[in-house]
Design a binder for this molecule. Structure first.
Ligand code: PAF
Length: 280
């Protein structure tokens, strides 16, 4: 695996692969890799000869009170995991290289898709995500980029950006990887104490209960949301942030639930904020 730090080295490496007629699949990450990220690599390898992974903790997508400073940075371990899984090129730009003026003047706005849910509890988060993803797409110029279903609203805003701004990039979405007890894998899980981890499990349990009720025939979003809310509200030490049934493309709330709609939820346990979702 080749590891490159500067934007010009990255462009050069990609141009080299392209000149040999190779297709490029891209897995953008913020590092602290876990099996969820590595399944994105598997998906990328399935569709292209060259897999590029970026590791960049993007300051622009963190709010002033969020965990940017303490976000886990485990680059040596990430490089080993990425190489073992078959990443060809790892791009680890510095903040100075990505944001030479500290913050860009031009930002990409997520519009109505990014307004509610994560967009509401994390103002400007999706602006930060879309701006860095657009920059990375321009640097890496991939044919395809792979994102995880775990960040479903991120997937929706990225797909809309690609569509509305004509990026020549296909977007693939890989299913959420879960621990055996159902907890969705996340780099932030490592913040959890054993007790907090146990409490956090209720989010996936609530989402699974909503899905079970849908399978049994319940189609009213309000009834499904009530099932989930009842489960989250009774857990002492867990603060529900939102739980809703939405259209998975527009992220607008639905009344009558159809296959392909999603239940999205977020909780806070101690200092840790976690999100998860299921698709009906
Ligand atoms: O999903 C993430 O890890 C980040 O939001 C991304 C897409 C790498 C942008 O910083």
């Amino acid at each position: 695996m080749q590891q490159v730090e500067t934007i010009s080295e990255m462009r050069h490496a990609v141009a080299d692969a392209r000149s040999k007629g190779k297709g490029i699949a891209f897995v953008p990450t913020m590092g602290a890799l876990h099996e969820g990220h590595l399944t994105l690599v598997d998906e990328a390898k399935r569709v292209a000869e060259v897999v590029v992974m970026s590791v960049f903790v993007n300051p622009l997508q963190f709010g002033p009170t969020e965990d940017f400073a303490r976000y886990p940075r485990t680059l040596d371990q990430d490089a080993k995991l990425a190489e073992d899984r078959g990443v060809d090129l790892m791009f680890t730009p510095t903040q100075a290289d990505m944001y030479p003026e500290h913050a860009p003047v031009i930002l990409i706005h997520p519009g109505s898709i990014g307004k509610e849910w994560e967009g509401a509890v994390r103002p400007h988060h999706f602006e930060g995500v879309l701006t860095v993803v657009a920059k990375l797409f321009h640097i890496v110029m991939p044919d395809v980029a792979v994102f995880g279903q775990k960040d479903l609203q991120q997937v929706a805003v990225v797909k809309a950006m690609v569509r509305d701004l004509n990026f020549p990039v296909g977007i693939l979405v890989a299913p959420t990887v879960r621990d055996p007890d159902g907890l969705a894998m996340s780099s932030r899980n490592r913040y959890l104490s054993p007790k907090e981890r146990e409490l956090s499990l209720m989010l996936s349990k609530a989402l699974f209960a909503m899905r079970d009720a849908f399978v049994r025939g319940e189609r009213r979003a309000s009834a499904l949301e009530a099932i989930g809310w009842r489960m989250l509200e009774r857990v002492v030490g867990l603060t529900p942030r939102y739980l809703a049934v939405v259209n998975a493309d527009t992220f607008q709330r639905v009344n009558s639930v159809r296959h392909g709609d999603a239940a999205v939820g977020a909780i806070r346990v101690g200092e840790t904020k976690l999100i998860d979702n299921i698709i009906f």
